[in-house]
Design a protein around this ligand. Structure first.
Ligand SMILES: *Cc1c(COP(=O)(O)O)cnc(C)c1O
Length: 399
């Protein structure tokens, strides 16, 4: 085999842009890092970010907070989740999703996925009807949007309170409607590996004033909610401010200052991600025995990672396949492992949740491989890594 080893790191993000660096230096010079540490007539960087993100998202309100996981747990609390209540969610997701349900006092009820890596809507109907669950925390995992029209029919039929985990769909749309705007709330992450990078951080959006007032008080606003500009008017807080505990999880001005210039660039980043995604997709899709999840034409996705399946591959073959790729510098993640590995885990390792039978998803996940496509990869890099994957898959494809 003569293929050259791939030498680029899969976890290397682009540098923070110059405008963001300069904005961060200004915050540092001011010494006013706390979001409520403002001088007269000043709107903090965090408030400005909330305004700008609400405008980008097309939502009335936005709250910036400590992480995406935090945004999801206070969203569930602010939506009225009671201790011990069930929350429907995807089987295929990452640890912060069941973690946020547990943190909010709820119990995850896992819904099967399809081979296109979206929620299985038949299983959703079945479990919504069997469980009496009031909440659906849908995780648009790896940026795959389910048919949102059909989803909303089920949400309406069962009167579910919908919260969207948009950690991988910031900027994505279904028929021109932004992901995150379909239900009560959208939850976003600005952790390093997502679409905006502040190291850690989260954004929560909604059009519901009482929900947002509760979320703001939960986030640790003391009685300073009037300094939020993408927030409901102060009358909405009159009872809520006394009835809602403070679960401190604010964002600070330093992070907000580096996010604001990145937000201006988000559309451009999305186009660059999609060029990379489509490069890899177009090469893998040609190989018989490799399946790439199908995207619906109503979907505008953000291809910051790509997934593919080799149907029929066994667990030991999957190991060999991953090692072969690794030797050539291509880092694949595999969701079929019962033991968690770094960021990758599956429902069998979330042992604080009672085990649930999810045979369909288990079967799909055992043949599923996943890789990041950071913007530090060039198009040539994407061609190179696709060639390696194709070469390595030869021995494992079921002819
Ligand atoms: C990253 C991520 C989140 C949020 O993560 P934080 O690290 O808490 O910001 C939520 N859901 C999914 C699917 C994620 O990958």
């Amino acid at each position: 085999m003569t293929i050259k080893t791939f030498t680029r790191p899969f976890t290397q993000q682009e540098p923070i842009n110059q405008e963001a660096i300069e904005a961060a230096i200004e915050v540092l010079k001011s010494g006013r890092l706390h979001r409520y540490n403002t001088i007269e007539n000043e709107l903090s960087e965090v408030s400005l970010l909330e305004e700008e993100y609400a405008a980008y998202q097309g939502s009335k309100y936005c709250l910036a907070c400590a992480s995406g996981g935090y945004a999801m747990s206070i969203a569930l609390k602010a939506a009225g989740l009671k201790p011990g209540e069930g929350v429907l969610t995807n089987t295929f997701t990452l640890a912060p999703v069941p973690g946020s349900i547990s943190n909010a006092g709820g119990v995850p009820i896992f819904v099967e996925i399809t081979k296109d890596l979206v929620l299985d809507l038949d299983d959703l109907s079945k479990k919504a009807s069997a469980s009496d669950a009031r909440f659906l925390l849908i995780s648009h995992m790896r940026g795959h949007l389910v048919n949102m029209d059909k989803l909303m029919q089920i949400v309406n039929e069962f009167n579910l309170i919908l919260i969207e985990d948009c950690a991988h769909t910031m900027g994505a749309q279904w028929k021109k409607q932004k992901s995150g705007n379909f239900g009560l709330a959208g939850c976003f992450s600005t952790q390093t590996y997502k679409h905006l990078n502040s190291g850690e951080g989260g954004l929560l959006t909604s059009n519901d004033e009482e929900f947002m007032a509760r979320a703001i008080i939960y986030s640790g606003s003391y009685m300073l909610y009037e300094r939020h500009s993408a927030a409901p008017s102060s009358e909405v807080f009159s009872d809520i401010r006394l009835q809602t505990p403070n679960y401190s999880g604010r964002m600070d001005n330093l992070r907000a200052s580096i996010l604001r210039p990145q937000l201006k660039n988000l559309e451009n980043s999305i186009n660059r991600w999609n060029e990379r995604y489509q490069t890899v997709e177009s090469m893998l899709i040609k190989i018989r025995g490799i399946e790439v999840p199908q995207r619906l034409s109503e979907e505008r996705y953000v291809g910051s990672s790509i997934q593919f399946r080799i149907p029929g591959i066994t667990k030991s073959e999957a190991d060999l396949f991953i090692n072969k790729n690794k030797k050539l510098g291509v880092e694949l993640k595999w969701f079929g492992n019962d033991d968690p590995n770094g960021f990758t885990s599956n429902h069998k390792s979330w042992k604080y949740v009672s085990q649930q039978q999810l045979n369909k998803s288990d079967d799909i996940l055992s043949s599923l491989f996943d890789l990041r496509l950071p913007l530090t990869f060039s198009i040539d890099d994407c061609i190179h890594l696709s060639k390696i994957i194709i070469e390595c898959s030869n021995d494992f494809i079921k002819k």
